[in-house]
Design a protein around this ligand. Structure first.
Ligand SMILES: Cc1ncc(COP(=O)(O)O)c(C=O)c1O
Length: 390
């Protein structure tokens, strides 16, 4: 990470302020943060600059009239992108959008981070890279070894994407309860699929434990590295970046954040990162109302892929969330459809659930407050099912 301090702040109009630009050596992207005279961070910009564009004019504050923001064609992801060495560098730096039409009057502002714009179309890419690189760093995963995971699809796609680039064969234990597009994506990246049969395509409480056991046996018998998304704390490292980015992108305090819990990696990673940054954001866990495991210790069937896995996920600790909300599956599905039609946010059922949760919080908090959630994965993954045809 390269850092430049700038003596003035002509773009943001405050001559007494200092701007700091941090450039990522791998992606070539930079972000700019603004400090006052006491070095208190006062205004993270909502931009991600391409550093090659920024370099010629930014260090001397030239090229921009005082008080003017950077021109729009220099703002945002993908503008004058440099050549990247690997698609691994495309992970992260996702945009945040404010929802307008689905938010009722009298509510707080609701912001959604579009995590489906990661390379395989979900936030699991962040986790997959962190898990594989964590294992490499510790020497647990070495050239010539393979990896194994049990997953409903998104994690498998992300691991297959990362492993393909790093040259590790990957075995995925999955089920016919999950979207066929996701399973085909894993295969497209070269992952080897092992299908555990479901009962009528439902995610019943016994399904995930069966898949976990099969993956455990493969690791034991074949010496494959178990990426073990349900226990692997490296996953949390991958999700911390979401908070780093949010604090740069959102220029108001984030009063509440909510998200669905599967492995709980995203929620725990985000919650701990908010805490470490001293943010007072209330973190709310969401689960399918028909499977209230966190709130009531009961399990039940549902069809919201990725969440409500039938047991309390070990990665999530009690202090990672302030409260739990159950969301009705039908509401989540209806919201996924409304998001596509009314907001242009084309995402899956768990994203619909996240937004339903965020809208409830927004109603409670009221105007002037900000609620953030994530659009987990891309709607294209659900076209073979009935989510968008209902
Ligand atoms: C579509 C979808 N939504 C939500 C989640 C939950 O994310 P996490 O495992 O980080 O709790 C997952 C996890 O697989 C998922 O695939």
């Amino acid at each position: 990470m390269e850092t430049w301090r700038h003596g003035c702040d002509s773009q943001l109009g405050g001559a007494s302020r200092t701007r700091e630009t941090r450039a990522s050596p791998t992606s070539g992207l930079g972000t700019t943060v603004c400090y006052d005279a006491k070095e208190t961070r006062v205004k993270p910009t909502s931009w991600i600059f391409n550093i090659d564009v920024l370099k010629p004019w930014n260090p001397t504050c030239q090229g921009m009239p005082p008080g003017k923001r950077a021109p729009r064609d220099r703002v945002g992801k993908g503008i004058v992108m440099p050549v990247l060495d690997s698609t691994l560098d495309v992970i992260g730096h996702t945009p945040v959008v404010r929802l307008r039409r689905v938010v009722p009057d009298g509510s707080a502002s609701v912001l959604v981070k579009l995590e489906y714009l990661n390379p395989t179309g979900s936030y699991k890419d962040r986790m997959a890279r962190a898990i594989i690189e964590g294992a490499e760093r510790r020497g647990n995963l070495r050239p010539g070894m393979s990896a194994v995971e049990c997953t409903g699809g998104s994690t498998g796609s992300s691991l297959a994407f990362v492993c393909a680039q790093k040259g590790y064969p990957l075995r995925i234990v999955t089920s016919d309860a999950f979207a066929p597009e996701k399973l085909r994506t894993i295969a497209a990246f070269g992952g080897d699929l092992m299908i555990e049969p479901s009962i009528g395509g439902q995610i019943t409480p016994d399904l995930i434990p069966r898949m976990i056991e099969r993956a455990r046996r493969i690791a034991e018998e074949d010496g494959a590295y178990p990426t073990d998304q349900f226990h692997n704390e490296d996953a949390l490292i991958g999700y911390r970046e979401i908070v780093t980015e949010l604090l740069q992108q959102v220029d108001t305090p984030i009063d509440a954040f909510c998200g669905g819990v599967g492995t709980g990696g995203m929620l725990a990673g985000i919650s701990r990162a908010f805490r470490e940054r001293g943010a007072t954001t209330e973190v709310v866990a969401l689960e399918p109302a028909s499977s209230p495991t966190l709130s009531e210790g009961r399990t039940g069937s549902h069809h919201i892929e990725g969440v409500g896995i039938g047991f309390v996920p070990p990665l999530v600790h009690d202090d990672d969330y302030a409260r739990v909300r159950g969301i009705e599956e039908e509401e989540a599905r209806a919201m996924a459809r409304r998001l596509a039609r009314e907001e242009g946010v084309f995402a899956g059922t768990s994203s619909g659930m996240n937004v339903v949760g965020a809208l409830r919080l927004a109603k409670e908090l009221g105007p002037g407050k900000t609620v953030v959630t994530v659009a987990v994965d891309f709607g294209l993954k659900y076209l073979a099912g009935d989510l968008f045809s209902a």
